[in-house]
Ligand binder design. Structure first.
Ligand code: IPM
Ligand code: MG
Length: 354
């Protein structure tokens, strides 16, 4: 199993180091993994002058899976848009065809008090957000800034989906729902936008192949409200790129800390990029304070989805649960009475309970 390791920027290298230690445990026991490191985002710009340099492209294209820390930092915000770290992330998604972004929002029972919502609203929460990742207004053409024929400056982006793009993400979402509670909610803005009215129509058509799945539809504004009001009504949510970007951040906060959430971005052959749902947290970078659990859980998702190794994935997740049950907490999930640990100490604990 060839794994490209992209630490990225900010806290990326620290959290990746801890995930690597956990994978190293499995490798020392005989799991066949080869790692190759490459820079992405600001690190790519610093090393090669591009956020997704050719060096990194080669390694990622040849790999079976990519493990990513995070990209971005204030020192890169003034660069030309095509050179910014975020473009590196969008570039690798498009380059590897990673159209299916799975963002689980799962509340570990030990962390029910870390949520800003009442424990009874979030206890037992287990939602899977399936976000389309390579289409929509993120990539639609035309886009850009220009001066119109009245001489005024204007800017535009294009929200667009092709039928095949909607079909393939719908199949992924129905497939996941089949392995869970068999409830799928498709989120759209079909009352206003043709793109998403079309989305809804295609999802309804794909649903014919999954008669056991209970399909519902929700407008995105209502979905944003329902996630706060009664999040446990959801099992799997499927939506487009921009709505999924927004709703997945919202859903992550239900669980108390975005520092706990893993994600997977898959292509048609189950090649995947695995990364924590959080960002590069420049404010705490280099201080050994970050929570490495989302990255460690992303490594578990990698074993599950790309390498079909459910046992190894479950073992990592079990180790994380044990560490939380034993009271170890990084600053972002700390509460009185618990044991506060650094990023590397959290890694120590997970490795020990492996
Ligand atoms: C995410 C991020 C990215 C996105 C940014 C950093 C380009 O917010 O992965 O959700 O908008 O997709
Ligand atoms: Mg986002």
């Amino acid at each position: 199993m060839k794994i490209a390791v992209l630490p990225g920027d900010g806290i990326g290298p620290e959290i990746i180091a801890q995930a690597m230690r956990v994978l190293e445990v499995l490798r020392s026991e005989g799991l066949n993994m080869e790692f190759e490191e490459a820079p992405l985002g600001g690190a790519g710009y610093d090393a090669y002058g591009a956020p997704y340099p050719e060096f990194t492209q080669k390694i990622c294209r040849a790999a079976d899976a990519v493990l990513l820390g995070a990209v971005g930092g204030p020192q890169y915000d003034t660069l030309d848009r095509p050179l910014r770290p975020e473009r590196g992330l969008l570039g690798i998604r498009k380059d590897l065809g990673l159209f299916a972004n799975l963002r689980p929002a799962v509340l570990f029972p030990e962390l029910a008090n870390a949520s800003t919502l009442k424990p009874e609203v979030v206890a037992g929460l287990d939602i899977m957000i399936v976000r389309e990742l390579t289409g929509d207004i993120y990539f639609g053409q035309p886009r850009g800034m220009r001066v119109n024929d009245k001489g005024e400056r204007e800017a535009l982006n294009t929200m667009i989906y092709t039928e095949s793009e909607v079909r393939r993400i719908a199949h992924v979402a129905f497939g996941i729902a089949m392995k869970r509670q068999k409830k799928l909610c498709s989120v759209d803005k079909a009352n206003v936008l043709e793109t998403t009215e079309f989305w809804k129509e295609i999802v309804i058509d794909v649903a014919k192949e999954y008669p056991q799945v209970q399909l519902t539809h929700m407008y995105v504004d209502n979905a944003a409200m329902q996630l706060i009001r009664n999040p446990k009504q959801f099992d799997v949510i499927v939506t487009g790129n921009i709505f999924g970007d927004i709703l997945s951040d919202e859903a992550s906060m239900l669980t108390g800390s975005i520092g706990m959430l893993a994600s997977a971005s898959l292509n048609e052959t189950k090649k995947g990029l695995y990364e924590p749902a959080h960002g590069s947290a420049p404010d705490i970078a280099g201080k050994n304070l970050a929570n490495p659990l989302a990255t460690i859980l992303s490594a578990a998702m990698m074993l599950r989805y790309t390498f079909n190794n459910e046992a190894a994935a479950a073992r990592i997740e079990g180790a994380v649960k044990k560490v939380l049950a034993a009271g170890y907490r990084t600053g972002d999930i700390f509460e009185a009475g618990m044991k506060k640990v650094s990023c590397s100490e959290m890694g120590d604990q997970v490795v020990a309970s492996m």
